[in-house]
Design a protein around this ligand. Sequence first.
Ligand code: NAD
Length: 414
Amino acid sequence: MGENLNLFTSTQETIHEALSKMGYEESLYELMKEPLRMLTVRMPVRMDDGSTKVFTGYRAQHNDSVGPTKGGVRFHPDVDEEEVKALSMWMTLKCGIVDLPYGGGKGGIICDPRTMSMGELERLSRAYVRAISQIVGPTKDIPAPDVYTNSQIMAWMMDEYSRIDEFNSPGFITGKPIVLGGSQGREKATAQGVTICIEQAAKKRGIDIKGARVVVQGFGNAGSFLAKFMHDAGAKVVAISDAYGALYDPKGLDIDYLLDRRDSFGTVTTLFESTLSNKDLLEIDCDILVPAAVSNQITAENVDNIKASIIVEAANGPTTKEATKRLNERGVLLVPDVLASAGGVTVSYFEWVQNNQGYYWTEEEVNEKLEKKIVDAFNQVYEISQSRRVNMRLAAYMVGVRKTAEASRFRGWV
Ligand code: NAD
């Protein structure tokens, strides 16, 4: 039998394991194994050629016992109901790990924004907000960007919600442009969080970031800024990739040049002669490997060829359960997605706080607060992994489920 590549069921399994390990009753698992609410919407959108296309979208709200739900909206042809559910569950875990007053939420629309005009994207974004408006809002459920959505899309969504609400509602959504109440540091926050995790992991393994060989899969929002931070810290970023190929130079790539040339979808390799594939990229001899693209990249099939001693998951779900187990047995330090990529939601929370108080912080203040949150979270997860002799993923799930489990109990839900 092949390994389980289903993100939804493998997330359920790990949540179950974390709750049992902490001695919680089975009824808590029954509560947390699925989102409390899942809305499917169909949206007719007028296309530029005059035709009407009907798009399908989702919004999942995993658990709102701690506070409003929070999570991004993904525009991608592969979006499906189970993926959105799994992503909303990961958001609950991330918010628990960095101790934010939120539960997890997530949205997605089945579409390919790379083939749509700006006008079509705007009409689709506004249609989505109208379709989900009854269940979202600054105190109910707060969306944000995710794969193939950006600050412009957040701006259209905020404007549409403000019209429905008849108030200017910047707290409805995060990841907005600065002039509409966006936070300093939000754009680079996920990569900042990953960088902080890399620094902490390198310290534990006695690796000096200066001169360390780093490989990054994905050159979008998360991957490109991360490559830049690593490059600026003196690491040698020897390989990067996007959906179309990978670039490799054992002497280190010119990251500033590549950043300058990439397009808004994180594509850059098409401008060069690709020297290797995404599959080869993962197996390059390096110190630190950062999957920052899509799920199920490190699996039972290739895990034994992975040479990095530290893997930090910027993407959601890049490593399967079986691969996680084998990496742990080999002593590879794997910093799991729910911890490593929590920088984005942390600064989204800061953005929402600033919107609510109408007072805005400097980038230094944002970064200082972010660093404290991620370092505290890393240490807590690392200590639990050591004291309970479990891998970092299970430790992160144990930290992540606790807040929602306790809040649900206090509310009398279980
Ligand atoms: P993005 O859309 O900005 O970039 C995605 C990148 O991955 C692009 O370079 C694309 O070419 C590449 N890619 C797509 N398919 C690929 C494939 N099959 N193989 C290799 N590369 C491929 O997305 P992003 O915001 O950088 O998100 C990347 C990952 O990080 C996702 O898993 C996302 O859920 C996760 N993440 C992002 C944030 C955030 O704030 N942006 C926060 C948390 C987690």
